[in-house]
Design a protein around this ligand. Structure first.
Ligand code: GLA
Length: 358
């Protein structure tokens, strides 16, 4: 029997780098993502295909190792299921995606989640959605070698059409928040690829952990921005910590704003988040800054910020529905003039996760 699974990409709306600091994040699944079609076969041979890449064949009865290619994401998930005691049999699977590459929209998590859900359906396993997210995160941490938090995998699984996801990373609890109609998400790729395998992500992570140690708290989630001024932190570490405490505070403010339907405030929080990335966390780039500056000067744009890890990738802009097409054309043309980069923008909707009734 043939199975088909769709796992979306995601945008981070507010709460940058808070996930590995036991903090809070607001995100949304997109209507773009990875589709996998697969069928179980006899034996233990696994054949993985994706257009434009060489086919990968592994054997579930032999030790699995990373190869440095795209297949590390599905193979990592297979390896973690085997490690957890699941009996993975042979199968064939074909992956395709309509997510822009290198935009920081979690194409890797969408491949992991698509693989995990496919395996559960094919082999009839019952696992809770949060456990699936944990297993996919483990695959990314230990197999693909990226020390990410749980944001991406949770968003790909728990997303819901026209809803934001409020994730408390300490409790590992999810709340879906209805997103008011009338505003749309515009994603604009900076044209500079984002890759988390670079050392900057881990460096920021270490600085956050250092700040928590100096403050004597288990995680930066337990500190407020006011706590940072007299704490004996170096200037750099204080600014890194201020980004995290500020982001946690903005997520709570954003949640209240959404509940009140106050999108103007929500938009302002987005732009404030980007300013903090620029000044405190230094995970922005001149290209992302240019896009945010251009976007926020367009009529009908309520706010804009980088989304995800940073150091390249895309921005998101929150735009009144009636202004979105004009904003898209204007932003792309002004960016071409400003940065001489001819790039793409995507008018996206908040979509369902891989397990919409999770
Ligand atoms: C990447 C990581 C996430 C999260 C974001 C920043 O997307 O994969 O775990 O840390 O960066 O918020």
């Amino acid at each position: 029997m043939m199975y088909q699974v769709f796992a979306p990409g995601r945008v981070e709306l507010l709460g940058n780098h808070t996930d590995y600091n036991a903090g809070v994040v607001m995100s949304a699944a997109l209507d773009l993502g990875t589709t996998v079609t697969g069928e179980a076969s006899a034996g233990s041979r696994i054949r993985l295909r994706s257009a434009g890449f060489p086919e990968v064949i592994v054997d579930a009865s032999e030790p699995l190792h990373p190869s440095g290619g795209w297949s590390d994401y599905p193979v990592g998930v297979i390896a973690k299921f085997i490690e957890a005691g699941y009996e993975v049999g042979g199968f064939e699977a074909e992956f395709s995606t309509n997510l822009p590459v290198g935009a920081g929209l979690s194409s890797s998590a969408s491949i992991e989640v698509a693989t995990a859900v496919l395996l559960c359906r094919m082999f009839d396993w019952e696992i809770s959605p949060m456990d699936l997210a944990r297993l996919c995160k483990k695959a990314e941490n230990e197999f693909a070698g990226v020390n990410c938090g749980i944001l991406d995998q949770v968003s790909c699984i728990f997303g819901k059409r026209q809803h934001a996801i409020f994730l408390d990373c300490r409790k590992e609890s999810v709340q879906r928040v209805p997103f008011p109609e009338g505003v749309e998400l515009l994603i604009v790729h900076s044209g500079v690829k984002h890759a988390l395998t670079g050392g900057e992500y881990n460096e920021r992570r270490d600085q956050c952990f250092e700040a928590a140690r100096t403050l004597g708290v288990p995680a930066l989630r337990d500190a407020s921005t006011a706590d940072l001024s007299h704490a004996g932190l170096s200037d750099v570490v204080r600014r890194r910590a201020a980004h995290i405490t500020g982001e946690n505070e903005r997520v709570f403010a954003g949640l209240s704003a959404l509940e009140l339907g106050d999108l103007e405030t929500f938009g302002r929080l987005l732009t404030a988040s980007h300013m903090s990335s620029m000044e405190n966390f230094e995970n922005s780039t001149p290209e992302l800054d240019s896009l945010v500056r251009i976007a926020t000067s367009q009529p009908g744009v309520l706010g804009a910020r980088l989304t995800g890890g940073g150091f390249g990738g895309a921005i998101i802009a929150l735009v009144m529905a009636e202004n979105i097409e004009t904003a898209k054309v204007e932003i792309l043309s002004k960016y071409l003039t400003d940065m001489e980069i001819d790039t793409d923008a995507y008018h996206c909707r908040m979509g369902d996760g891989a397990i919409p009734d999770a």
